[in-house]
Design a protein around this ligand. Sequence first.
Ligand code: NSS
Length: 431
Amino acid sequence: MTERVFIEHISEHVEETVTIKGWIYSKTGKGKLQFILVRDGTGLLQCVVFQKAVTPEVFEAAKSLTQESSLIVTGKVRADERAPGGFELDVTDLQVVQIAAEYPITPKEHGIEFLMDHRHLWLRSSRQHAILRVRAEVIRAVRDWLDDHGFLNLDTPILTPAACEGTTTLFETDFFGEPAYLSQSGQLYNEANIMAFSRVYCFGPTFRAEKSKTRRHLLEFWMVEPEMAFADLDECMRVEEELVSYVVQRCLKNRSRELETLERDTSYLENIVPPFPRISYDEAIEMLKAKGVPAEWGDDFGAPQETALGEAFDKPVFVHRYPSAIKAFYMEADPTDPSRSLSVDLIAAEGYGEIIGGGQRTASLELLEQRIKEHNLPRESYEWYLDLRRYGSVPHSGFGLGIERTVAWICKIDHVRETIPFPRVLNRLYP
Ligand code: NSS
């Protein structure tokens, strides 16, 4: 038995005989030579089957292989500059595991609905593979940074009795005769957790019944949410820029091959280091007006406004102090002007829009009670949250970073649906 190796480690096995277990990505044959491009989940390797080097049975088996057939192949690793990836395998043995039926996804162009219907197979293509490996790196980098900076990972519930981000996008489910909602955000529970642990983060799936079909909205997405006791809006922004910069630099370091596959121009990403520019909402409105983009004080920003703001800077930009009226009920009021909130969004450049939302939370019991009333929220469901203002309330801040939007931006791809293995978008629950 020869050693089974993964293609990503092939460079460590030059001139050795190894075994690869995988699938056929593509195949070309001429006479006595069969070139099979094998993928094993970690990379692609060209395997050369020369008629004279194998038994007649093995050569016939190689000829019978169709796209996506599964196989176990053994051979000697050779460095070859001309080969894709720089290495080739001179095959000595080959075992077919299964001959695949005619594969529906071919190198020709397929429509997006067809690809979404075949998402379970589409995942195997090199572009999707690259995007999802960047996603995994983003998640690892986020966790590493937070774990190394004193944030304790505490999971928050998915079945909840109340809304965090407005009642219009709640997914309702039945909790033994009572309504329960799929979590829109772990934030409110994070706020309880920091009063016990000081700095925490939750990371999990969040759900929003978004009726809009855009390139930035999913119905189920993953969000990392750090929360900090005794932290104000400025500290919140400092943590955000440190975290985002670290994540981008980690992808540049560990996923350069994938970014190359995606033809991502990385010079822009190299520039993503703290500090990020900071502008107030009022300044943002002025900037938009000067650029001729429709914007009136009091409006929330949509895609055109976020795109214009993002494009004005060569790094993500913080927009802070939005009017209280257009932000969530839990936002702290700006002490110098209570019509403004201590909120902040981080807007990514290159048209990707908001990747983080957050800010400082209301510390006062009275203001919070008033906001719950103004937003028509059922007070009984928030009694426990009000307790946090009764027993040792402190200034505190936090934010939520959307994983899919961050991955879309780092990879520079058009739509968030490609940044998660099985996207949930409007009118689609299959596969
Ligand atoms: O609604 S957010 O702006 N903020 C919150 O949920 C806070 N409760 C988070 C916190 O402070 N702990 O959403 C935060 C981010 C936003 O910037 C996007 O990157 C992402 O979550 N997000 C989404 N991504 C994909 N699809 C949808 N529908 C979506 N909604 C928000």
